[in-house]
Write a protein that binds this ligand. Structure first.
Ligand SMILES: CC(C)(COP(=O)(O)OP(=O)(O)OC[C@H]1O[C@@H](n2cnc3c(N)ncnc32)[C@H](O)[C@@H]1OP(=O)(O)O)[C@@H](O)C(=O)NCCC(=O)NCCS
Length: 187
C-alpha cells in the first residue's frame, strides 16, 4: 500500500528513510524524551522500532510517520495514529501519539503534526473516534491532547496492560475525540 504523505504549514509527515535512523536513535536515547515512556532505547532497538513503524505504514496505509520540518530539520520526531494491539476497556480503537526530539519542543510542532494526522484519520479513514493516553504526570503530552480538543473523564483512567500493575508508569489517563466534536472546532 502506498504511504500517505501529509503536509502542514511547517511540516511534512512522510515515510521513514535510512537517513532518519541516526536522528531517531538519538531521540530515543535521550532521557528527557524517554522519561515518561518505557525506557531509553539502544540503537538496535530504535532501528527495530523504525522497521515496525515502516511495515505498519506500508501494510495498513496509516501508522507513525516521520516528521520533517523542511528547510529546518530533517527529522523532528514521529507522530502517528495506529490501532493498539493490547486490549483494554476502550479497545478496539485508534490512538494518536507523538514523540519529538527535545530540541524541537515548544514550537507547536507536535500539535501541528497531530492535527494533520487527526484530519487524515477522520476524513480519509472515516474513523468515528480517536483516543490518546499517557501517564497522568506527562503534562506536555496532556497539553497537546487538550490543545487538540480531546477530552478526559476519570472513569476512563486505566492500568496499561503492558506494564505490571505496581509499575510507576502503569496508571494512564485516556483522552477521546469524536469526529463530530473535531468538525465543530475551528482548525
Ligand atoms: C509530548 C511532546 C510531543 C510535546 O511537545 P511540545 O513541543 O510541548 O508540544 P507542541 O508541539 O504542541 O508545542 C506547544 C508549545 O509550543 C509553543 N509554540 C511556540 N511556537 C508555536 C507556534 N508557532 N504554534 C504553536 N505553538 C507554538 C506553545 O506555546 C507551547 O509552549 P509551552 O510548552 O511553553 O506551553 C514532547 O514533550 C515529547 O516528545 N515528549 C517526549 C515523548 C512523550 O512523552 N510522548 C508522549 C507519550 S504519550
Amino acid at each position: 500500500m502506498s504511504i500517505p504523505v501529509l503536509r502542514t504549514a511547517r511540516l511534512l509527515l512522510r515515510g521513514w528513510e535510512e537517513e532518519d535512523l541516526a536522528d531517531f536513535a538519538a531521540l530515543n536515547s535521550d532521557p528527557r524524551v524517554m522519561a515518561l515512556l518505557s525506557g531509553r532505547l539502544s540503537r538496535s532497538e530504535s532501528d527495530a522500532l523504525v522497521q515496525r513503524m515502516r511495515s505498519r505504514l506500508e501494510a495498513s496505509g496509516f501508522g507513525w510517520w516521520a516528521v520533517e520540518a523542511p528547510g529546518r530539520a530533517r527529522l523532528v520526531g514521529a507522530v502517528g495514529i495506529l490501532a493498539p494491539r493490547f486490549s483494554a476497556h476502550f479497545t478496539p480503537c485508534v490512538e494518536i501519539g507523538w514523540r519529538l526530539a527535545a530540541q524541537h519542543w515548544g514550537q507547536g510542532y507536535a500539535t501541528e503534526a497531530a492535527r494533520a494526522a487527526l484530519r487524515f484519520g477522520f476524513e480519509s479513514l472515516g474513523l468515528d473516534e480517536i483516543v490518546a493516553f499517557t501517564v497522568p504526570h506527562n503534562l506536555r503530552s496532556r497539553a497537546v491532547m487538550e490543545r487538540l480538543g480531546m477530552t478526559r473523564r476519570d472513569a476512563d483512567d486505566f492500568d496499561h496492560p503492558l506494564f505490571e500493575q505496581a509499575h510507576p508508569l502503569s496508571r494512564h489517563v485516556l483522552y477521546r475525540l469524536r469526529r463530530d466534536a473535531w468538525r465543530e472546532r475551528p482548525q
